[in-house]
Write a protein that binds this ligand. Structure first.
Ligand code: C2E
Ligand code: CA
Ligand code: CA
Length: 657
């Protein structure tokens, strides 16, 4: 092989190390070699035919017969390679064989042709010279993809023929000999360049293929990243939505059911706030891991924050689905043992079934989101299934939202006032402003419904500003120095720009800011405690007070009392409804009253409906009270009349009744 190496890298690579080039060369050969041998066979038979009568049989019949058979065999071998393919190693071996055979067969053919020379006439000698020249050149062209083989053939076949014609043949053949040498050299030069280009082409092709492969791999990696939640390794929201689309198109037209679930963690935020973000992240990873233990047909994704998306497949009946949902909530409700502490959280799950709850991704997703919202309010820590009741609720809220957006808020919004009285004297000390919306289409809509819808459509800030202005204007008309208590929503507290507007309204009102109390609920503090704290300080900076509403219903009411600048607690009416007979409720109310006494906080008991409740409260201490027993929320004018007209002694009268 050393001699071959001298002939150049690109040719050599075929037999040495460049597998791609070797395979490409064999591929080309599998098409060219059969043509080459056909040419050789035809020329050989033609030459033998013109000499068969002039030469002995071994020269005119047997040798050409053997040569033709070998040629046929080689043709067959190459044709087969073209059909079944070949490994790189086999390709290199075959190329080596081709080079050797180019030398061996080339010289055998040319010696056979030259052996015919002395037997013939000038005419047949011309045929021999023509046969040798044309056949050699033809073969060289066919071997163009393997430069070495073409060179070897030139040396083994053209060489002896040319030498014979120049030095040993008749004088007329000298010119033919030289001609053959010159043409062969020219052909070799061209082939050499062509062969080099072919090598470069194959290596460029390989580079291109590698680049494409790398790009494809990179694309796959990017796709994976774009579809994966980096914290939990679960699918992300984007992937969830595309999976949902996919499932929908698979299920279309078939009698298939599946369910979309949104799971929201209860109590995740306190873990994050108290133990830090790293602990929060660990908890989310563990939740993801626990969910992944669900059966393999369940698709799980993290939609963001502490929200997970599920697609549950299988022909699940509503009962099956409910029990699967309950099982998932139970699973999340079990304690999570993290590095330094145990996290006790819960999971609330909204499940919307295809096709009953919706037939589009948007409907199913929105409906399970709605269910989650409902479940968070009514049944935390549980799974809730979509039903017709929810559909009409959604229709109702959609109607409310639409009407809100079209409403003339200045005109349609009003404020009612419910008095807060002293539990001993029965004298009104203030009043809570309660929003009322009279829609020309829907009639009177309760604040419980329209406030949350206004929050969802981003109109609450505007509504709060209108209501606050109206409340302050009314309160200004009241005799004495009664306070007015105004409710803020979570969305009011969350926006610092809006809080500045609220401050401006208070400053622009003639009512002293000291007579204004802002009521906030625990849920409004859940979003961002730090921001809530600075907002409350900002409001207190005006001189106003802050009351914590619905006290005792949340998870961590007490911690808010400790962390935030609160002046007043409003004990939720749920503790009052059974106060006379329920000793636990009495104990809770008494404890809160003592707490307020110790911390110097003001206290209002809400929802007092009966004289008996008031009597029971009076036994527990002195406080402020509010409820239907004293008055329902009244429109501004009525409240003013009530204040002016109603003698304080009448409450005492109803007490003794
Ligand atoms: P809330 O702040 O707890 O207001 C007290 C609610 O209890 C009022 O309902 C009131 O009418 C009702 N109530 C008062 N006394 C009794 C009683 O003795 N028994 C019973 N069963 N209920 C009583 P309302 O006016 O329907 O308001 C409901 C909720 O809507 C309010 O609860 C408050 O969270 C929200 N809200 C009302 N006005 C506004 C407002 O201007 N802004 C904001 N953000 N929320 C408001
Ligand atoms: Ca309130
Ligand atoms: Ca309340």
């Amino acid at each position: 092989m050393r001699s071959l190496k001298i002939l150049g890298r690109s040719s050599l690579s075929a037999s040495e190390d460049d597998s791609n080039l070797a395979i490409a060369q064999i591929k080309m050969f599998s098409k060219q070699i059969p043509i080459m041998y056909t040419m050789v066979v035809v020329n050989t038979i033609a030459l033998a035919y013109t000499h068969v009568a002039l030469t002995p049989a071994w020269l005119g019949i047997y040798i050409p017969a053997v040569l033709v058979s070998i040629s046929a065999l080689r043709t067959f071998l190459y044709w087969r390679v073209g059909k079944i393919g070949i490994s790189a190693q086999q390709a290199r071996q075959q190329l080596r064989q081709t080079i050797v055979l180019a030398g061996v067969l080339g010289s055998v053919f040319s010696f056979w042709a030259l052996a015919l020379f002395p037997y013939g006439t000038a005419q047949t000698q011309g045929h021999v010279a023509f046969f040798s020249g044309v056949t050699c050149l033809g073969i060289m062209v066919c071997l163009m993809h393997l430069r070495v083989a073409a060179f070897v053939l030139a040396v083994a076949a053209v060489g002896p023929t040319a030498i014979y014609l120049i030095f040993l043949g008749p004088s007329e053949s000298v010119a033919v000999g030289f001609n053959l040498v010159i043409v062969s050299v020219a052909v070799l030069c061209i082939l050499s360049r062509h062969s080099r280009h072919f090598g470069e082409l194959i290596s460029n092709q390989k580079e291109l293929k590698d680049t494409l492969l790398r790009a494809h791999k990179l694309g796959k990696e990017n796709e994976l990243l774009a579809n994966t939640d980096s914290l939990t390794g679960l699918a992300n929201r984007r992937r969830f939505m595309s999976e949902l689309d996919q499932r929908l198109s698979n299920a279309a037209g078939r009698d298939e059911r599946f369910a979309v679930g949104i799971l929201d963690l209860d109590g995740f935020k306190p873990v994050n706030d108290i133990y830090g973000h790293i602990a929060g992240d660990r908890l989310l990873i563990e939740v993801g891991r626990r969910l992944s233990e669900l059966d393999s047909g369940t698709f799980i994704a993290r939609l963001g924050g502490d929200e997970f998306g599920l697609i549950l497949t299988g022909d699940l009946s509503d009962t099956d689905l409910q029990s699967t949902g309950d099982r998932i909530c139970e699973m999340i409700g079990k304690p999570f043992e993290l590095d330094s502490f145990t996290a006790n959280i819960g999971g609330t799950l909204g499940l919307a079934q295809y096709p009953d709850a919706g037939t589009t991704a948007k409907d199913l997703f929105e409906h399970s989101d709605y269910l989650l919202y409902v479940a968070k309010e009514r049944s935390r820590g549980k799974a809730i299934l979509f039903s017709e009741k929810h559909r009409s609720e959604i229709q109702e809220t959609t109607g409310i939202k639409r009407c809100l957006q079209e409403a003339d808020l200045e005109k349609e919004l009003s404020v009612n006032f419910q008095f807060v009285v002293d539990s001993i004297t029965g004298v009104p000390v203030g009043a809570e402003a309660l929003a009322r919306w009279t829609s020309p289409t829907l009639g009177i809509v309760s604040p419980d419904s329209f406030i949350k819808n206004a929050e969802q459509v981003g109109m609450i800030n505007e509504i709060t500003e209108i209501l606050l202005r109206k409340s302050l204007d009314e309160a200004l008309k009241w005799p004495g120095d009664l306070f007015v208590s105004f409710n803020l929503s979570a969305h009011d507290i969350g926006s610092s720009r809006h809080i500045e507007k609220i401050c401006d309204i208070v400053k622009n009102s003639e009512l002293p800011a000291e007579r204004l109390t802002f009521e906030i609920t625990e849920t409004s503090l859940l979003l961002d405690l730090e921001r809530a704290n600075s907002t409350l300080h900002r409001l207190k900076g005006l001189g106003s007070k802050v009351a914590l509403d619905d006290f005792g219903t949340g998870y961590s009411s007490l911690s808010y009392v400790q962390k935030l600048p609160i002046d007043r607690l409003k004990i939720d009416r749920s503790f009052i409804s059974d106060l006379e007979e329920n000793r636990a409720s009495q104990a809770v109310v008494k404890t809160i009253l003592d707490l307020c006494g110790n911390l110097g906080l003001d206290c209002i008991v809400e929802g007092v409906e009966t004289a008996a409740q008031l009597a029971a409260l009076r036994d527990l201490g002195h406080m402020k009270v509010q409820g239907y027993f004293f008055s329902k929320p009244l429109p501004g004018y009525d409240a003013l009349t009530y204040l002016k007209m109603l003698p304080v002694s009448s409450w005492d009268a109803s007490l003794s009744a």
